[in-house]
Design a protein around this ligand. Sequence first.
Ligand code: ZN
Length: 464
Amino acid sequence: MKRLTAHLLFALLLFFPVLASHAQEPKALPLPDERYKVDILLVVAHPDDEGAATPYLARALDEHKRIAVVFGTRGSSGANEAGAEQAAALGAIREIEARSALTTLGITNVWFLGGKDTASQNVLQSLANWDHGASLEQLVRFFRLTRPEVILTFLPGTFIGEDHGDHQASGLLATEAFDLAGDPASFPEQLAGPTKRLEPFLEDLRPWQPKKIYYFPDADREDIFLGKGPDYSVKEISTSGKQPYWRMALDSFRSHQTQAKSFLDKIAQMDEAQIEKMATSDGGWTDALHFVLGKSLVGGSVTGDVFDGITPGAIPFARPDVSPEPARPDLSVELGGPWSFYGEFRRAHGLTDLPHPQPPEIAVQAPGTLVIPLWVRNRTAKTQEITLSTVLPAGWTAQSGTGKLTVAAKQVAAARMEVSLPALAENSTKKPGPQELSVHAESNGQSVAEIKLRVEPRKRALPQ
Ligand SMILES: [Zn+2]
């Protein structure tokens, strides 16, 4: 009987080899590396920008969230209070300072895109200096590697405030990556895996759609952001750190010697009571953190917790809702530069509810020159003559760009106006505040456009 069974089995194996393979253990296919999976990916521009979110990150770590950080630049054109090093050498130091600051909190997965630190308010200039396409490709790679649930980043927009073009660029790239990382048609070479020899550049990543993106503004004003996202107190006591979140953020900031050595030396001499007095009286260390909800693909309340509505597991890729182009007359004049770009950007990324100032605004160093870029669009079948003029605050003068110009049939052309701002009154303690100016365009006796702009003259401001 036994022998017969053995014979039968042998015959079965001979005729049904497939049964033999079933008898083996199934082979588990390789999966993404869990050590790199995060709940939060913070995307900022410069080493020390993480400080805009560290009190919240410390709180999220108490809630066992996994966090990684991407910096757009190494901050190589910043100042150096700690030594003589400048430019790329300073960038090398600041990379270590950023890693050290985040390690203080317990965050070790930190990457740099390699953008060039660009001191201006113009996001388009930052994007050009960051090699936009290459930086975006790299950021999409980090999204697919870290598979974040939530993105935290700077709000892309132009405001009176610090308004650093690099800060804006980090938020802009993060928004673009949010809309691309889940798309299998975007950067598909990252998703393909090597199947034979000599394919060493295929990466075998998977598409990943983050669920939410939140912004923190770089603006002075707060009114237009109220109720647009959650607020977090930084005064609560950390369960792991046993001290307030602002205090943990300050400890983390101690790594940034190149940026604040004199301040850090000062607090190194203080006792805890003096540090707390300093932090609550000035410097904004104890102010609540405000986030602005950019997008949620999983619902949740606008002002609710960052993780409201988020459940484990991947969600399908969601193409952004593109809003239609606004209707324009056949002959039109509009603000150009970053102002018009951001209108297009909000339309393209389903962000038409994102707060932005109306009228548009900017802070400019005075004495100095304000440049007003304009788009002149002529969809008519003949060349059109347009007359540009301005109404300016007292003491401001139009240097160039006013008067008559022509634009050929069916063409879009760039024009610019330059306005001189006088020096601010010496010894004046009162800030002049934003002033309103307007640009008028007319053609054949008809008004074509009236563009308003709020401009705040300041003793110091980043170049426009
Ligand atoms: Zn910065």
